[in-house]
Design a protein around this ligand. Structure first.
Ligand code: CO8
Length: 259
């Protein structure tokens, strides 16, 4: 994998998009590398939290590669969009929590990549925008859908129609990011969050993630049924038994084993 770096330690995987000279823009090779990396990480039971970030100190991802898109035909645009969707869908359905550490520009496809993660933590230097309409296109890697679901259609219309840039504070105010960190300590802070999540019972985290997203697709009563299913599944795990028995016996609970 030329454009992706993966590091793993203590149940946390850090995936870095590594094309800093092009501000980590997503071309076909980057999309392919990302897709392969996600396939591998998804099967790895030692990954309890996944962080996604961009190399360098200027950009998370400055969008899909404009040079590669400039002369696409409509049919080729469908293939390019499908490759983008396939990768974004793998990320958004990653079984364990994902955190985007946005260290700079998150524009167009870069904003869409962050929106495919469960949490977004931004450096105070981060900038978010959908510049697509200035390039004669709509967002094409899930942005119209994921942004509207996150912030509602009116804010999504504002950001997509105008292409206006949000700084980290504005993104926080709109609920697009969960937290802002100093640029120098962004990764440290995101690792801290990732490790805090990785210490929890993996099945509880996985089942909660499933319940949240699957539940959003249907009615409230569908969602409650999904929650009941995911909640009850936790009782098949040793981790639930040992944590609750430890509490009842006033003992320190052992670390979760992921079983
Ligand atoms: N695509 C290709 N190359 C890029 C991109 C990009 N999105 N962004 C930056 N680069 C390259 C530049 O061309 C430049 O390369 P080189 O050094 O070879 O000239 C290098 O990165 C550094 O960039 P700049 O010199 O421009 O750096 P500045 O600090 O002057 O500006 C900006 C930084 C503001 C981020 C500027 O680079 C910029 O505006 N980039 C484009 C941002 C953009 O419009 N992104 C959205 C693209 S469209 C999109 O993402 C659609 C997604 C859905 C696609 C669906 C397909 C069907």
């Amino acid at each position: 994998m030329t454009f992706i770096k993966v590091e793993q330690k203590d149940f946390v995987a850090l995936l870095t998009i590594n094309r800093p000279e092009g501000l980590n823009a997503l071309n076909t090779s980057v999309l392919q590398d990302l897709s392969e990396a996600l396939d591998t990480l998804e099967k790895d039971r030692d990954v309890r939290t996944l962080i996604v970030t961009g190399a360098g100190d200027r950009a998370f991802v400055a969008g899909a590669d404009i040079g590669e898109m400039a002369e696409l035909t409509r049919e080729e645009a469908v293939s390019f969009a499908c490759a983008g969707h396939e990768m974004m869908n793998k990320l958004s359905s990653f079984p364990m929590p994902t955190i985007a550490a946005v260290n700079g520009y998150a524009l167009g496809g870069g904003f869409e990549l962050a929106l495919a993660c469960d949490l977004i933590v931004a450096s105070s230097r981060a900038r978010f925008a959908f510049p697509e309409t200035s390039l004669g296109i709509t967002p094409g890697f899930g942005g119209t859908q994921r942004l509207a679901r996150l912030v509602g259609p009116m804010v999504a219309c504002d950001l997509i129609f105008t292409g206006r840039r949000l700084n980290a504070e504005q993104a926080l105010a709109l609920g697009v990011v969960t937290e802002i960190a100093d640029p120098e300590s962004l990764l440290e802070r995101v690792l801290e969050i990732a490790h805090a999540i990785a210490e929890k019972a993996p099945a509880a985290i996985r089942n909660a993630k499933s319940a949240i997203y699957e539940g959003l697709c249907g009615t409230l009563s569908d969602g409650i049924a999904i929650e009941t299913e995911q909640f009850s599944r936790c009782f098949d795990t040793d981790d639930q038994k040992s944590a609750m028995r430890a509490f009842v016996n006033k003992e320190k609970a052992p670390p979760f084993q992921g079983r």
